[in-house]
Ligand binder design. Sequence first.
Ligand code: NAP
Length: 326
Amino acid sequence: MTTALICGISGQDGSYLAKLLLDRGYHVVGTSRDAQISSFRNLRRLGIRDRVAVESMSLTDFRSVIQVLTKIQPDEVYNLGGQSSVGLSFEQPVETLDSIATGTLNLLEAIRFLGGTIKLYNASSSECFGDTHGKPADETTPFRPRSPYAVAKSAAFWEVANYREAYGLFACSGILFNHESPLRPERFVTQKIVAAACRIAGGSGETLELGNMGVQRDWGWAPEYVEGMYRMLQQEQPDDYVLATGQTHALEDFVAAVFASLDLDWRDHVVTNAAFFRPTEIAIGRSDPSKAKRVMGWEARYAMPEVARMMTEAYRLPSTIGLTDG
Ligand code: NAP
């Protein structure tokens, strides 16, 4: 039986990936900074909490990393842990850099120390590209990070590339564009919009305040993206891949889609508040995910309109997409 260790299993991607690997017959172990107090609500919502073992591990503490790797002896490690919010990274730049760049380095060093046979998936991000001014970004596009989060993710990407080249590790980075689901917390703008719109539809009478609604992003469906992560580690050669839908939409379009699915006109309920603008922002995120399709046969089926609709449906009736209320 193949053993996978998912670092950051309590998050959106960690939970969906755990489900996918369990369905493929893996033994799945996940880590949380404190597995004793973490509720693992996402795993419970997916109905798989009892099927995964969990360990406490701090990515920034080398001793903790090597201890868990030695105990679990995984065949595959998925690095999905670390501070994951672009907005929060402006408030917590040191924590962001430590948890992402030092965290990834600790994993690479531990894998090298243990003989270098463990395969590693690293969660990189389209934020690394910065503003490509509407040009589709692929695996050859240079990084011009515009947030502490993107700086950290860029450093971690090059750590992975360097260990792959220098020590022959089977290590891959997935450069993922935004992917959403009902498991997103409300500090992410998509879920903030969905939650507020559903409350408004229920008669809350509130007004939704958002930052720059002109930003354009490529939004996909998270359960599909974890399949891409898994496929990267099943290839003959380790490599980096962009995962995205290839479609770009304005945030305003996402807002409109969510409100329209509730028979509401967003203009009656949404205002712009400059307090939510970021110090630096990416205006347009545009992707070229053709390599993932060509090499791994991976392709996103759902794009923004379906993502907005499915998140809204799931918020109102979690059971429609197989979620319990955790
Ligand atoms: P998430 O839901 O925020 O989960 C990340 C996990 O990392 C959390 O459950 C948490 O686990 C741990 N974590 C949070 N803050 C941390 C910190 N300061 N130090 C160490 N660990 C911390 O993230 P996700 O959406 O599943 O994304 C998974 C990975 O993909 C992340 O690395 C993210 O940056 C990256 N990514 C995501 C997207 C996207 O659109 N979702 C796009 C590109 C890249 P514990 O609290 O249990 O320790």
